[in-house]
Design a protein around this ligand. Structure first.
Ligand SMILES: *[C@@H]1O[C@H](CO)[C@@H](O)[C@H](O)[C@H]1NC(C)=O
Ligand SMILES: *[C@@H]1O[C@H](CO)[C@@H](O)[C@H](O)[C@H]1NC(C)=O
Length: 438
């Protein structure tokens, strides 16, 4: 049974597994929508869904590189629709799980006999536990791309169950993580299969801790007030596959489900830095290269890259008449705000370009995404030193993603990015969440 299933096309398999009942939803949605807010204390990006029977709200930290959604099922998980995946079932082969789990305590959500084990991982607390693959009902907001629309229900959404010990260092009230990785049980792939969307999703993080940004599952339009479709005018670069998993726990031969791009060089004020290019590509052990992450608040650079960036940036800044001041941890290059002019795209500081597949294709980082205000008079270059020999040389973090639209196309392995939306006179906080249904 399991082996014959592997010959079916992936989306057909997923569709039948998630056993979506369109009948429950009067119309097939065009796309789905999650609001995302920034937590002021932890700088994590948070979202919420409704799950279980009866439905309860579940607060989650967004993990762009996570393989699936996971929640703490140990504390107060009550649901009549909870179904753990039996060993050897189609659900387990979809999640590529061969291990069979036992539970040595009384059965409960997260601990059942004869279920396939899936260990959820928290990359912020660097911790994982044993857990099981399971299914339950979730509901989400749909969208036409302009407003939020009717709620839709997925009866058999696949996720992992963990225990409260792995909530370490997650924001207050959070009980799990929303994994957006390119795994078949990642949220984008499950939604795409359930609603016959293209396997595309878009991330638009707000810089505000009050106004929400959004994640859209499915294709554009993604319309921000005042009526600007930010899915237009994107620049495209290939998403690269890292042949070795970068997760906390994985089995041999597993590829990374994170999103890597090919940064070939870095320029500051259009001048190319001299970098060790070996660090910029992913080697056969999965080390090196550049990935995008929502669980790092600021971009993390390998030490030699970090030093080259801060030195060149400081030199250019000083030549623009900007005054350097004492550093404020965790940053290494800080400046007097009084010496910096403001523009629509933030402080007028040296421009940074991440040069991609060709010289003419680059991700430009303006002051609003490079400078962090640490006190009234001081702003710092918002990049941190990742030390020598990190697994990934460049991890583009949340602050550098804010008010940029990023569209991940899993099927064609391509990233579309907008650079700062402030240039288009809008922002990620400008989606009109007012529902068109009452
Ligand atoms: C460049 O980086 C690689 C990988 O860390 C290292 O083995 C090599 O020695 C570095 N080359 C130089 C010139 O520093
Ligand atoms: C948001 O959408 C609602 C419903 O379509 C509409 O009535 C309202 O005017 C919109 N808000 C703005 C600021 O355009």
């Amino acid at each position: 049974m399991a082996s014959s299933l592997t010959f079916l096309p992936f989306s057909f398999l997923l569709l039948s597994l998630i056993s979506l009942s369109h009948a429950q939803n009067s119309v097939r949605p065009r796309a789905l929508l999650l609001p995302v807010t920034k937590d002021a204390t932890t700088l994590q990006y948070l979202t919420h869904i409704k799950q279980r029977t009866p439905l309860v709200p579940v607060k989650l930290t967004v993990d762009l590189g996570g393989n699936s959604l996971w929640v703490d099922c140990d504390s107060n998980y009550v649901s009549s629709s909870y179904r753990s995946a039996r060993c050897g079932s189609a659900q387990c082969s979809l999640a590529r799980i061969s291990g069979c789990g036992e539970c040595f305590a009384a059965p409960k959500p997260g601990c059942n006999k004869n279920t396939c084990s899936l260990s959820p991982y928290n990359p912020i607390g660097h911790i994982s536990t044993s857990g099981e693959l399971t299914q339950d009902v979730i509901t989400m907001q749909s969208t036409d791309g302009t407003n939020s629309g009717p709620l839709v229900t997925l009866p058999g959404f696949l996720f992992a169950c963990g225990s409260p010990t792995i909530l370490e260092r997650l924001a207050s009230g959070v009980t799990g993580m929303a994994g957006l990785g390119r795994d078949r049980i990642g949220m984008p792939s499950q939604f795409a299969a359930a609603f016959s969307f293209q396997r595309k999703f878009a991330l638009c993080l707000s810089s505000s801790t009050i106004s929400s940004g959004a994640i859209f599952f499915g294709d554009g339009p993604y319309v921000m007030l005042p009526n600007i479709d930010v899915s237009k005018n994107l620049i495209y670069t290939p998403l690269l596959i890292n042949p070795v998993s970068t997760a906390g726990t994985y089995s041999q031969g597993e590829k990374s489900v994170e999103y890597f791009i090919g940064v070939k060089s870095i320029k500051i004020n259009e001048k190319r830095l001299s970098l060790n290019t070996t660090l910029l590509s992913i080697n056969n052990k999965g080390v090196g290269g550049t990935k995008i992450s929502t669980v790092r608040p600021y971009t993390v650079l390998e030490t030699s890259i970090y030093n080259a960036v801060t030195q060149a940036f400081t030199k250019e800044a000083v030549s623009m008449g900007i005054k350097r001041v004492e550093s404020v941890a965790p940053f290494g290059a800080c400046f007097s705000s009084n010496s910096i002019v403001s523009t629509r795209v933030g402080p007028s500081v040296p421009l940074m370009d991440l040069v991609l597949q060709r010289e003419s294709v680059y991700w430009r980082i303006f002051g609003v995404n490079s400078m962090v205000k640490v006190s009234d008079g001081v702003s710092c270059l918002g990049f941190v030193d990742g030390g020598l020999n990190p697994e990934t040389s460049i991890v583009i973090g949340g602050y550098q993603l804010e008010n940029n639209l990023l569209q991940f196309d899993i099927a064609t392995s391509r990233l579309g990015f907008s650079s700062s939306l402030l240039f288009q006179r809008t922002s990620c906080a400008n989606f009109n969440f007012t529902s068109t249904v009452s």
